[in-house]
Design a protein around this ligand. Structure first.
Ligand code: AVI
Length: 294
C-alpha cells in the first residue's frame, strides 16, 4: 500500500522522467520523442481506433487464453503494459469474458515487470511479446531486448513473439497513414499530452504527420514536421526552437523478413520451435525456446 504522499512523490518522479525525456529529445540535434509516451488515456483510445481501422492489418488476439482455459491448463496470466488504463481495463474485462481466469495485471516497463514475475513465481513461463511490439525498436535495440528477455528466463521457458512481416510497401505505408487520420491524431496527441502534463504551448495545427517506409531495411518511421519556424515553451521557461520543415522523429515500426527473425533468435539465445501465420502471411507469431547458453 502507498500513502497519499508517497503516491504523489511517485507520480512526481515519473513526471520528471517524462519531462527529462521530452527536453532531451527536443534539444537533440535531430529531434525525437519516445513513442512509449503515446499511450495516455486519449492515446490508448486512438490506438484502439487504429486497430479497428481498415488499413491497420496487424493482428491481436485473446484466443490463446480462451484455449488454455478450455483445456483447463493451470496458469496465471500476468499482462504487462506501460499504460495503467490498459491494465485496469484488462482486469475489469477479462474475468467477465473468461470467467475463472487467474490474472494479475502489472503496470510498467516490460523487462522490469518480468523480473518481478520471476521473483513471485517459480513456475515455467510462457512469455508473450505480441502485437508487433518488437517493431517499435530498431533491429539493434531488438537484439539487446531479446537478450535481456533471455537473461530473465530459464532454459526450456518459451517466448511467443509477434513480428510484422515485410510485404507490399503500399500496404505497410497505408497502415501508418490511414484515411481517417487516426494515426495522425495519435502522433499529435503526444504534443497535446506534453501541453497538458508539462505545461507547454505546442500549437498542434502547426505540425504535420509524415510516415515513411523503406522496403529495403523494413523500417517504417513516423515524423511530425514543423510547418513553420516557431518557438515552443515548456514548463519552467525552456524554449525549443523549430525550423520550418524540421522533423521530430516519433516512432519506428520495424518490419522483418522471416530470415531476419531467425537471425534475431540465434543472436539472442533462442531456438525456433514453431511459426504461426495469418491467412495472408502478413504477420507471424513465432514460438521460441530459451536455450541454456548463448
Ligand atoms: C504498438 N505498435 C506495435 C504499433 C505499431 O504498429 O508500431 C503502434 C502504432 N503506431 C502507429 N500505428 C500503430
Amino acid at each position: 500500500m502507498f500513502s497519499a504522499t508517497s503516491t504523489r512523490k511517485l507520480i512526481g518522479r515519473r513526471r520528471s522522467v517524462f519531462y527529462q525525456d521530452v527536453i532531451n529529445g527536443l534539444k537533440a540535434s535531430q529531434k525525437y520523442l519516445f513513442s512509449k509516451y503515446f499511450y495516455d488515456e486519449a492515446g490508448d483510445r486512438l490506438f484502439q481506433q487504429i486497430m479497428a481501422s481498415p488499413e491497420y492489418y496487424l493482428t491481436r488476439s485473446w484466443h490463446l487464453l480462451r484455449e488454455l482455459m478450455k483445456r483447463k491448463a493451470p496458469f496465471t496470466y500476468y499482462p504487462i503494459d506501460i499504460s495503467s488504463n490498459v491494465i485496469g481495463w484488462l482486469e475489469e474485462k477479462l474475468p467477465v469474458s473468461l470467467p475463472g481466469i487467474q490474472l494479475q495485471g502489472l503496470n510498467g516497463e516490460y523487462l522490469d515487470r518480468m523480473e518481478y514475475v520471476e521473483h513471485i513465481s517459480q513456475r515455467r513461463k510462457i512469455v508473450l511479446f505480441m502485437g508487433a511490439n518488437i517493431g517499435n525498436m530498431t533491429m539493434q535495440q531488438a537484439t539487446l531486448f531479446c537478450r535481456q528477455l533471455h537473461d530473465r528466463m530459464r532454459p526450456g521457458d518459451l517466448l511467443l513473439i509477434g513480428f510484422d512481416l515485410k510485404k507490399d510497401p503500399k500496404t505497410i505505408l497505408d497502415a501508418y497513414n490511414d484515411k481517417q487520420g487516426i494515426t495522425r491524431a495519435f502522433n499529435l496527441n503526444l504534443l497535446k499530452r506534453i501541453n497538458r502534463e508539462l505545461d507547454a504551448d505546442f500549437d498542434i495545427t502547426q505540425f504535420d504527420h509524415y510516415p515513411i517506409y523503406d522496403p529495403a531495411s523494413g523500417a517504417c518511421k513516423s515524423y511530425l514536421i514543423s510547418r513553420v519556424a516557431q518557438d515552443v515553451r515548456i514548463n519552467d521557461g525552456e524554449t525549443i526552437h523549430f525550423e520550418e520543415s524540421e522533423p521530430v522523429y516519433m516512432e519506428i515500426s520495424q518490419k522483418y523478413s522471416l530470415g531476419e527473425t531467425h537471425y534475431l533468435a540465434r543472436q539472442s539465445g533462442f531456438k525456433v520451435v514453431r511459426e504461426f501465420y495469418d491467412s495472408r502471411k502478413f504477420f507471424t507469431d513465432i514460438l521460441w525456446e530459451r536455450l541454456p547458453e548463448r
